[in-house]
Design a protein around this ligand. Structure first.
Ligand SMILES: Cc1cc2nc3c(=O)[nH]c(=O)nc-3n(C[C@H](O)[C@H](O)[C@H](O)COP(=O)(O)OP(=O)(O)OC[C@H]3O[C@@H](n4cnc5c(N)ncnc54)[C@H](O)[C@@H]3O)c2cc1C
Length: 114
């Protein structure tokens, strides 16, 4: 809450007027109201992945060709299948997973390459 209060910057220079937008949060909130605002407005920037990870052990959800263990005909193809947490941004690896999935599906169903 201290950081939220400290982060309230007022741009007062007259020349800044055209660039001034609406405040991101109402700075006049008091303790309980500010706490409620933070509760409602806060989000995470975590890059969730590996929640349905690929592997061979008992906790793994998908196998090598992205087939979900124990369910015929279902594959998972998103950041959830990453076997370990990536140390990089996760969007590009997710696109690679999607493209690899397209290849697997084309091969499995005898479709022409794209
Ligand atoms: C704030 C933020 C910033 C990020 N910035 C970057 C960045 O700068 N560079 C980078 O590389 N990565 C970034 N990422 C990570 C990147 O966005 C993700 O790694 C990537 O989008 C993961 O793709 P995904 O397909 O696994 O999941 P998502 O992109 O989340 O796609 C999941 C989709 O499934 C849909 N869905 C969910 N549940 C259901 C359901 N039950 N039925 C039907 N549809 C459903 C959702 O609506 C969504 O469209 C950022 C992530 C966040 C949260």
């Amino acid at each position: 809450m201290l950081a939220m209060r400290a982060g309230t910057v007022k741009v007062v220079a007259p020349d800044a007027h055209p660039f001034r937008a609406q405040p991101l949060f109402p700075g006049s909130l008091k303790h309980a109201t500010l706490r409620a605002f933070i509760h409602d407005a806060a989000g995470t920037c975590f890059h969730q992945s590996g929640t349905a990870r690929m592997g061979r052990d008992a906790d793994a959800v998908v196998a090598g060709a992205l087939r979900v263990h124990g369910l015929a005909g279902l594959r998972a193809a998103d950041a959830s299948v990453m076997p370990t947490l990536a140390r990089c941004n996760t969007m590009a690896p997710t696109v690679v997973i999607a493209e690899r999935t397209a290849e697997l599906l084309r091969a499995a169903h005898g479709l022409a390459g794209g």
